[in-house]
Design a protein around this ligand. Sequence first.
Ligand code: PNS
Length: 160
Amino acid sequence: MRKALYPGSFDPITNGHVDILERAAKIFDLVEVAVLENPSKEPLFTVEERVRMIEEIFRGKEKIKVGSFRGLLVEYAKKTGAQVIIRGLRAISDFEYEFQMALMNFKMEPQIEIIFMMPRVEYSFLSSKLVKEIYSLGGTLPDLVPPAVDRELKKKFNDT
Ligand code: PNS
């Protein structure tokens, strides 16, 4: 079975991530969204909240699963039997960081392949960081985030 991991912070997941996941699921038998548990990044959503939102979005999609991890990504990939790590690559600005990470991961674990996928053009400017900023200032982006995320962002900022 060809299993891929799609790791990230997903704080929160956007339609850009969803697009890559749905396309990756056409290539692999199973794709696991691996949500980084990293309190030092001070996420807006807890790891449980991020996982719950992603589960809601992909409910009923057999080829997409959700998990969370801490520590090294390549260790988690080995532990979960993934042969491939998928990362999205939006603009040139993503390239340097992604290139460094890919080469380090490859150095530690040459058995694991790292594959980059381009987002659709309508999502190539989209980032979780800007989504959070816009919602925090009272704006909304219903075309760019799944309904569950739109709902949870509104809840988060209306409650604070
Ligand atoms: O969505 P992000 O924040 O760009 O995702 C970054 C992520 C989770 C892929 C990266 O921070 C990561 O892999 N963290 C786990 C720790 C690790 O393995 N570090 C070594 C990278 S070479």
